[in-house]
Design a protein around this ligand. Structure first.
Ligand SMILES: *Cc1c(COP(=O)(O)O)cnc(C)c1O
Length: 368
């Protein structure tokens, strides 16, 4: 599904030198590279504050901790996402409220959000799934009308921009009150271990977030709130500092492969290729098809027999997860229930050659 090794080999010398430098200076924790990378990422995203942390799941937890929420407060999020998005909600004693998605773009449905708002709702937590932004302009409107915070889970969409009706753009993750991301190796901007970050334009929130990541402390051994220990280590930051200037190029490679897939598969009436909405760029963390002839699993097995990997993201939506059984009802998820049985993601990474994509297209066309 991904080829991280070839990508590394192209920047091998720089990366090795940067890692060596961290080791030589022995500034392993909160070293120079962490501050420099945070500042580089602030410039890249056009956001005031980037606070690095341990991983994308921590980033979500820390974002939720930054608001004064009480047990039982409701957080509205998508049911069609990775577990991390909702796990941290439950972990903090808050209540995840799952919402169905749009069948064209796999992102949270704004019509469905409206139906699930109650007096206890405090936050809307959209996920920019597969690399395309959720409909943020409408989400911001709903949030404003109902006095809610917005946290964007940008783990899959760093490098993507949201396009407002007036044509202006903002980087994914910098539109709501707080954005979060992950630098897990296979993400669009991946390090060589775990890493994550929280973004905000609100300086007061930024101070609080920094404090939360550091045991609730601004001054050593003085703890104002209960926090966590969540840090991006210097070696990972040094690697990310090298990879950030390449992010646009990485996204372009993904977009190019996606276009080739979509052009090649467009004639098949049993396949729905990804829809790119006019309000978002799509950086194709995943290239995900809908197989509409009911033969998704057969196609997957057939591809495997031809040495082509494919994956189902996500085979069990959150409202059907055992871990969330106390929060969910099984109705109201018509779109997700369909996607669960028809989505299939094809190999997608920065090193896909035209020949490989052609081979995959040709193989799919021969499927009967
Ligand atoms: C990867 C991912 C996360 C979690 O990131 P980690 O760094 O693995 O903790 C959260 N949300 C989404 C949508 C993800 O894809």
């Amino acid at each position: 599904m991904v080829d991280l090794k070839t990508q590394y080999q192209k920047i091998e010398k720089q990366v090795d030198t940067a890692i060596k430098e961290v080791i030589t200076t022995s500034n392993f924790i909160n070293g120079k590279a962490v501050k420099e990378f945070a500042s580089d990422l602030e410039n890249y995203l056009g956001v005031k504050h980037v606070i690095p942390c341990g991983n994308g799941t921590d980033a979500l937890q820390i974002a939720l901790m930054a608001f004064e929420l009480k047990p039982g407060d409701e957080i509205i999020t998508s049911t069609f996402t990775f577990i991390a998005t909702a796990e941290v909600i439950a972990l903090l004693g808050l209540t995840p409220v799952f919402v169905d998605v749009d069948s064209n773009n796999f992102n949270i449905s704004t019509e469905e959000i409206k139906k699930k708002i109650t007096k206890k709702t405090k936050v809307i937590l959209p996920v920019h799934l597969y690399g395309q932004c959720a409909p943020m302009e409408e989400i911001l409107e709903i949030a404003k009308e109902n006095n809610l915070y917005v946290i964007e889970d940008t783990a899959q969409a760093i490098g993507s921009n949201f396009i407002f009706k007036d044509g202006s753009k903002k980087a994914a993750g910098t539109i709501g009150d707080i954005g979060t991301t992950s630098f897990f190796p296979s993400k669009n901007l991946g390090c060589y271990g775990d890493g994550g970050a929280v973004f905000t334009n609100n300086s007061e929130l930024a101070e609080k977030i920094k404090m939360i990541t550091n045991h609730g402390s601004k001054i050593k051994y003085h703890h104002e709130v209960v926090g966590v220990n969540s840090r991006l280590d210097s070696i990972q930051a040094a690697i990310l500092k090298i990879k950030l200037p390449l992010l646009n190029e990485y996204c372009n490679s993904r977009k190019k492969a996606a276009k080739q897939y979509s052009d090649g598969l467009s004639g098949l009436n049993w396949i729905k290729t990804p829809v790119i909405e006019n309000y978002s760029e799509h950086v194709f963390h995943q290239y995900t098809l809908q197989i509409t002839n009911g033969k998704r699993d057969e196609l997957k097995a057939y591809l495997e027999s031809k040495n082509i990997s494919s994956m189902i993201y996500y085979p069990i939506p959150l409202h059907k997860q055992k871990a969330f059984s106390e929060y969910s009802t099984l109705d109201d998820f018509l779109v997700t229930d369909l996607l669960e049985s028809n989505v299939l993601s094809l190999p997608m990474h920065t090193e896909l050659s035209e020949e490989t994509v052609n081979y995959i297209i040709k193989t799919i066309k021969e499927f009967k």
